[in-house]
Design a protein around this ligand. Structure first.
Ligand SMILES: [Fe+2]
Ligand SMILES: [Fe+2]
Length: 496
């Protein structure tokens, strides 16, 4: 059954071509890990009273401090059990059939996962000691600190133990960016922006933690980071999506009369955190579309595109109100947005390459995935009011995706090669980004519209292959090779 046919046909018409068949070609995303860095920065810090804490401990193995930070005093032997059920071979999607197919990491196991889109087999990898991991990696045991993985995992390591960080510690960073978990070890230094999660005001910023978000960068350091990978049209400023902090207010709510009384308190609280984060991103999308409409004006776009961009901003306002209301009902208290200061600081960025790259990643890919996910979530949501709210959002996102494809078609026809090259770059980045499953969320609860991570990852790849790739191929000058790599577990060190 071709369940994405309707979405594909809508977007093909928007892109200016109908009747293309679905694409099945695939890109392979390669995650390259850098060599370990020296820790010379920290030399002499042992004698420095201002050196960042915690001070090295004489303990062994993984050490958790009172402030929640975790560091590694010495190598530890981990339980390498992968408890997930083995692939039966009868699942709908088989990325592996037996453990012998799982060769990209240690102790590969071909496991079976289930989601609303059907049963699915993929590889998982675990480790017992560092020796089983790559040369720049260490083995992080299940349950260590904030690690979400359900088994031990090899992680990128700029240090292996505290002794590698003179005067400081070798900390464990488990950063969930909204799509997947990045696990890494790095020394804490005086250059760090934070020492623990408490420095990041986690109560006001759900999901924000003190982590090393760019372990591959030249200046990897500890800083506060939250969701940076989101579906839909984010407000990106200086390379990172921005959103307002939570505020206790009642004037950003559109009634979504879902029944929450029967849900256990812990489920309600976790689902509330999820929908509050969704609401903040929808709220930021208003600013993103406002900026997009200015970019369209700056580029001399047709009136129809400018008008659609303005209407889309109003749609996003309603999405934010619906999501804040759902979050408020689940939490049992009023949740709304605080000031979005970045809305005033966001540069226009009206160069054609800049506009096209953002349009492709956030619109042609992000909004298309958002539309498909919204449809799926509205289908599985048990509460009629929640299902109706999600269906409304999905219908709007489909219109926004169509706007994106129409705008891209116009930009390619108007600006030629610079626009084409920018689009190719952005499609390639998007394919790599969705090649791995997202990390397990706070809660997988299909009745509340929260898909399990493996199901979400598989759905996204399906939509990239069956909707995005043919729409891309329908545009003159663009290649059609936009399907993501096969569904897989996370690359070692960056868990799925
Ligand atoms: Fe939206
Ligand atoms: Fe949207």
């Amino acid at each position: 059954m071709d369940r994405h046919r309707s979405l594909r046909m809508t977007l093909l018409l928007a892109a200016g071509a109908a009747g293309c068949s679905s694409a099945k070609s695939r890109d392979i995303a390669v995650v390259t890990l850098a060599e370990p860095q020296a820790t010379a920065d920290d030399a002499g810090a042992a004698d420095d009273p201002e050196a960042p804490g915690p001070r090295p401990q004489r303990s062994a193995g993984w050490v958790q401090e009172a402030d929640g930070t975790v560091h590694r005093a010495s190598p530890a032997r981990c339980d390498a059990t992968i408890a997930q059920r083995a692939c039966a071979g009868t699942e709908r999607s088989l990325q592996c059939r037996t453990d012998a197919d799982c060769t990209e990491g240690p102790r590969g196991k071909c496991v079976s996962s289930f989601g609303q889109i059907g049963p699915y087999c993929g590889c998982e990898y675990a480790c017992e000691t560092d020796a089983e991991c790559g040369p720049s990696e260490v083995c992080v045991c299940k349950g260590t600190g904030a690690l979400r993985e359900e088994h031990s995992v090899c992680a990128k390591a700029l240090c292996a133990v505290d002794a590698d960080c003179p005067g400081s510690t070798c900390g464990l960073s488990a950063y969930f960016n909204g799509c997947w978990e990045q696990v890494a070890l790095a020394c804490r230094t005086k250059d760090d922006a934070c020492q623990s999660d408490a420095d990041c005001a986690p109560d006001a910023n759900p999901g924000v933690a003190c982590v090393v978000p760019d372990i591959e960068g030249e200046s990897a350091r500890w800083e506060c980071a939250g969701i940076s990978c989101a579906i839909g049209r984010p407000l990106v400023v200086e390379g990172a999506p921005r959103a307002a902090q939570r505020a206790a207010r009642d004037d950003w709510r559109a009634p979504a009369e879902l029944d929450v009384a029967s849900l256990p308190p812990e489920v309600r609280e976790r689902a509330a955190a999820h929908y509050a984060a969704v609401a903040a991103l929808e709220h930021a999308s208003i600013a993103s579309f406002a900026r997009f409409s200015l970019q369209l004006l700056a580029l001399g776009a047709p009136a129809a595109l400018v008008g659609e961009a303005h209407r889309a901003a109003l749609d996003e306002l309603e999405h934010a109100r619906l999501a804040y209301d759902i979050a408020s009902r689940l939490a049992g208290r009023a949740i709304g947005p605080g000031p979005l200061l970045e809305a005033a600081a966001a540069p226009l960025g009206a160069g054609i390459a800049e506009v096209v790259e953002a349009l492709v990643e956030e619109g042609c890919v992000g909004e298309t995935l958002g539309a498909a996910e919204g449809r799926e979530l509205s289908r599985i949501a048990a509460d009629p009011a929640l299902a109706a709210a999600l269906a409304r959002i999905a219908a709007d996102e489909e219109r926004h995706a169509a706007l994106s494809w129409r705008a891209l078609s116009w930009m390619l026809a108007t600006f030629g090669e610079p626009a084409r090259a920018a689009a190719e770059r952005a499609f390639s980045r998007a394919a790599a980004r969705f090649a791995v499953d997202p990390a397990p969320g706070l809660l997988a609860h299909e009745a509340l519209g929260l898909l399990p991570a493996a199901a979400l990852g598989a759905l996204r790849r399906e939509v990239l292959a069956e909707v995005v790739a043919p729409c891309r191929a329908a545009l003159p000058g663009l290649s059609r090779d936009n399907a993501p790599a096969a569904p897989s577990s996370s690359p070692r060190g960056a868990s799925a």
